[in-house]
Design a binder for this molecule. Sequence first.
Ligand code: IPM
Ligand code: MG
Length: 356
Amino acid sequence: MRKYKIAVIKGDGIGPEIIDEAIKVLDAVSVKEGFELSYHEYLMGGAAYDVYGDPLPEETVEGAKNADAVLFGAIGGEKWDNLPREKRPETGLLKLREALGVFANLRPVTVYDELINASTLKPDVIKGVDLMVVRELIGGIYFGKPRALEKDKAYNTMIYTKDEIKRIAKVAFEIAKKRKNRVTSVDKANVLEVSQLWRETVEEVSKDYPDVKLEHMYVDNAAMQLIRDPKQFDVILTGNIFGDILSDEASMLSGSIGLLPSASIGEKYGLYEPIHGSAPDIAGQGIANPIATIASASMMLRYQFGEEKAADRIENAIKRVLKEGYRTKDISSFDAKEIVTTNEMGSLIAQYAAQD
Ligand code: IPM
Ligand code: MG
């Protein structure tokens, strides 16, 4: 029997409710495909701060490292907004990403035909969009030193080494090879030295991928092109902060940020999480959309465990619920047949995913 150990971090806000649905779906497909999953829960973010006074207890890092993959919900909330940076929930997540060495953050953006009207953009602009943002996750301005907040001045440092750029570029080219053979590398090389090195290094790496077409784009232009004509993109390769911004922007092509999953991978570990935040304003009301988290669990099965069939089951089940008109509140104004709760959405997907 194939067995996988999953470290589960529910986090704050809607984190616990969306993770519960993902687990429900994972259980359903594991039974069907004949593998066994075990779950071990750890605290991170505000929930961890409240108990340990630390947003990332050592125990959580250990647990994550001892597992075959980490499934994570979301963190943060007003309650912890005034804490010093070191104690903030977000710092817990950033440190976990760093501790696991998950340098490549993959954020696929798919526009479901069934939700074509859910986007604020015109249907003909977004129909058929299928792109992947490959974001560098443990470097750049998020981690660069020196950094400081002083009384009358504050600064951060955007820094990338050649090796860091090379390894993320390779991931992007490898992914493009399995997709449409196109990489758009996004930078600000007209202004920033760090982007100049980024561009040169990506060019170098591209020599090993003669079949993949590479183009470079400035980040401001990329932000515009994503809205003007998103179909031009296949793989978008970019650094940490540009990727953070562009992936939120790209999520709106699909209609709701509640739909998009992500995988963060490195040499050894994998961390799977929805791209959205903890939405404390709607927590506990049963209206959060669990699809992004369920789709993240599916990425975990595919990328980390190689359980392709189980992953396909989940993806098809998501398409089917949307096709049949089941909608959580965030997407309820679009061709809804029935508005369902977080829990009902999870149960429907679990049920469909387990059917033959
Ligand atoms: C994301 C989030 C995080 C980030 C925050 C919560 C630290 O916005 O995963 O995109 O900026 O990376
Ligand atoms: Mg973000």
